[in-house]
Design a protein around this ligand. Structure first.
Ligand code: ASP
Length: 317
């Protein structure tokens, strides 16, 4: 029997000072919820889904309620989950009003023959399984949207590309995707990730969060990983799977996430530093690293009474 371990993140980026406390409270709550499930004999899969669902409901994160808006002021949420015992995975994208995208990702995994279902099809599936709906747009996201859009418009004269805009105004692009990884007492690992996607993204854009291997990966042979940051970078480097490969080849969970962030720095030098990673290996050792200013995250193990939460982990620039 192994000791259960729960690690969650609430996103990398530059967190506004007024959002730090709600963020830390939100990740602590999610870590505790997932850990209680593990302590009561629940699986790593149950724990990561419930922990992510709690952050989707929180309103402090860019996932579920509180998701970022697309350039057209729309909502396109996405999520994924992976079970390290079976290598089964489920993912959803282009969701407008599903209350808990991560739970729909689990439905795709367990109730269909597929892995990734988006848009109308995902909506139909949600209807079949009586999923709760909720308007995910919050006042705060609308305010951020207006600020971001205005900066983009002003940028006509000096900031023609969104990438430049992000580099020049990182404070407007808090990422705040959520994710969780866990190890249960039976030695099974799981990972889940959920997001509203990058602020001002083009409609139809899919990021790393629902892509198995990019934003989420879990395999009992190595461990589990959830990523946050500019999705296009995680996709190019197949980042979550890369972290698991490092663990499979003998790196500790901490070495694995650090090596992956170093890889990001080496291969994408000059791009906006935004990446954050959390991981757990199949022995229950944890890892967290980022090249962004902040990574909102929390973890809990049986030795701890309460989750430990922080706005930073190992920073590698
Ligand atoms: N990875 C997400 C995306 O690109 C953003 C984030 O991590 O906040 O959609």
């Amino acid at each position: 029997m192994l000791k259960p371990v729960m690690v969650v993140h609430g996103g990398a980026g530059n967190w506004h000072p007024e959002r730090v406390n709600p963020g830390l409270e939100g990740v602590k709550k999610a870590a505790k919820l997932g850990f209680d499930i593990l302590l009561h004999g629940g699986s790593a899969l149950d724990a990561v889904v419930e922990a992510v669902a709690s952050m989707e409901d929180d309103g402090s994160f860019n996932a579920g309620y509180g998701s970022s808006l697309t350039i057209e002021k729309g909502i396109e949420m996405e999520a994924s989950v992976m079970d390290g015992k079976t290598l089964k995975a489920g993912a959803v994208g282009l969701l407008k009003d599903i209350k808990n995208p991560v739970k729909l990702a689990r439905i795709v995994m367990e109730e269909t023959d597929h892995i990734f279902v988006v848009g109308e099809g995902a909506e139909k599936l949600a209807k079949m399984f009586n999923f709760e709906r909720r308007n995910p747009i919050t006042e705060l996201r609308l305010k951020y949207y207006e600020q971001q859009k205005q900066t983009l418009i002003d940028g006509k004269f000096g900031l023609p590309k969104l990438a430049n805009l992000i580099k020049t105004h990182p404070e407007l692009f808090d990422l705040e995707t959520v994710g969780a990884v866990a190890l249960d007492k039976d030695g099974n690992v799981a990972a889940a990730t959920s997001t509203g996607g990058f602020p001002l993204k083009l409609p139809g854009r899919i990021g790393d969060s629902p892509l198995i291997g990019c934003g989420t990966y879990a395999d009992n042979r190595s461990g589990a990983c959830s990523a946050t940051g500019v999705g296009e970078i995680a996709i190019r480097l197949v980042l979550a799977k890369t972290v698991c490969n490092y663990m499979e080849h003998g790196k500790s969970a901490q070495e694995a996430v650090e090596n992956a962030i170093k890889l990001v720095n080496e291969r994408t030098a000059g791009t906006y530093n935004s990446m954050g990673l959390i991981a757990v290996n199949s022995r229950g050792e944890i890892g967290a690293a980022h090249n962004s200013a902040h990574l909102c995250w929390a973890y809990i193990t049986p030795e701890l009474q309460e989750p430990v939460a922080s706005m930073t982990a190992k920073i590698l620039k």
